[in-house]
Ligand binder design. Structure first.
Ligand SMILES: *Cc1c(COP(=O)(O)O)cnc(C)c1O
Length: 401
């Protein structure tokens, strides 16, 4: 293996984000390939028995087994760490593998977690159905309310866990305040940054400790593979997360890691253009439906806070129709945009969260999380926004609006 300048932190730390996204983490084989190689191998061979013994003893560097390390996966880890501005990063098989690993690598029986009310359905499910079975309790707060976070802190609170903007209510969390509160109480902050990515928002700059991703979303950006990522300090990633992953195995396929590496090369272009398209579509929707939830609009109650923390508001927002029947009628009437529960894709996709992504929360959980029956979530893609608007307009008309 030939090392490339992309692996040299003394150089990459001076590169601007766009350069990091294209070249960060690159490692070249003796062939000198331009694009990153896909190392589809489960194991590795060694020149001597002593060499492998030294690697297993931690006395020599090098690959041992693809559950521990893989060159393609390592390239992605280094590239995401560089974009995030974190000391280290580990890649997982999916966003949920990332969240689960980050939580289980840190928490023990008797610990307490405070989490935001609006969250990806499965994130909430882990708190209610996994952590609680191991004696880890949680308090759910309205994440927009700074005082609610302060009031929820207990002597055994070990972690804060939230998304901002949150799925699908677009609640915005005051990163500086909440991360500062955590720091002051010796609590670790875990931020699910899937809706923003490091291009639009860098939680570490506001004092977060751990940033986790569904790389399935904007990082891949073209709806192809599942992947996850967790970024944090060297100490936590190598001391807590790596041993957990190495022994429990939520690892990412090298092929999927390679697809995400390619996605990162265009992440900034897509995230900014999709945010621009989303704002144009949101301005149209605002005049057309009873309620819209998009922090990118000046009418959103947390617009100023969102714009303080984010470079742009991202491709995703929600709007509220009368009831489930009207939401479904609108989705069924679309001709260009697709009905899909995925987000971050370059295609415009719409879904009804209450019956899909947030179905497993149950009606009580949904009411608490602010996920109403008439809510529709949209991921605005890279199509011409005028075509998207025309399709939404005719679909809203067909649904009686
Ligand atoms: C999609 C998503 C996840 C889960 O990611 P997968 O890659 O589907 O496992 C977690 N959090 C948020 C905010 C998401 O949008």
């Amino acid at each position: 293996m030939k090392r490339h300048s992309g692996q040299d932190r003394s150089l990459t730390s001076r590169w601007k984000p766009a350069t990091r996204a294209v070249r960060g983490g690159t490692w070249r084989s003796e062939q000198g390939e331009t694009s990153e190689a896909i190392f589809l191998t489960s194991g590795y061979t060694y020149d001597s028995a002593e060499e492998v013994a030294a690697r297993f003893a931690g006395e020599a560097t090098g690959m041992q087994y693809s559950r521990f390390q893989n060159p393609t996966v390592q390239m992605l880890e280094e590239r995401i760490a560089l974009l995030e501005g974190s000391e280290a990063c580990k890649i997982q098989a999916s966003g949920m593998a990332a969240m689960t690993s980050a939580l289980l690598a840190t928490l023990s029986a008797g610990d307490h977690v405070v989490a935001g009310r609006a969250a990806f359905g499965s994130c909430r499910w882990i708190l209610d159905n996994v952590l609680n079975r191991f004696g880890i309790t949680s308090t759910i707060v309205d994440a927009r309310d700074n005082d609610a976070w302060a009031k929820a802190v207990q002597s055994n609170t070990r972690m804060f866990f939230f998304e901002t903007p949150a799925n699908p209510t677009m609640d915005v969390v005051d990163l500086e305040y909440v991360c500062g509160l955590a720091r002051g109480n010796g609590i670790l902050t875990l931020v699910d940054n899937a809706f923003a990515t490091p291009v639009l928002q860098r939680p570490l700059d506001f004092g977060a400790d751990i940033v986790a991703y569904s790389a399935t979303k904007l990082m891949d950006g073209q709806g192809r593979v599942l992947a996850g990522a967790v970024c944090g300090s060297d100490e936590w990633v190598n001391g807590k997360l790596s041993p957990f992953q190495r022994n429990t195995g939520p690892v990412c396929s090298p092929f999927n890691a390679w697809v995400v590496l390619k996605g990162l090369e265009t992440l900034e272009l897509r995230a900014l253009k999709q945010s621009e398209n989303a704002l144009q579509v949101a301005r149209f929707i605002e005049g057309r439906v009873p309620q819209i939830l998009y922090p990118g609009l000046p009418s959103h109650p947390q617009h100023e806070l969102a714009m303080k923390q984010m470079r742009a508001a991202g491709p995703i927002f929600s709007f509220v129709l009368e009831d489930r029947a009207q939401a479904m009628a609108m989705l069924n009437a679309m001709e260009l945009c697709d009905i899909s529960n995925n987000i971050g894709d370059s295609r415009t996709l719409l879904c009804h969260p209450a019956s899909t992504t947030h179905n497993n929360m149950g009606p009580v959980g949904r009411a608490e999380a602010g996920v109403g029956e008439g809510m529709v979530r949209i991921n605005v893609g890279l199509e011409d926004p005028e075509d998207i608007i025309a399709d939404l307009d005719q679909a809203l008309t067909a649904a009686g609006l």
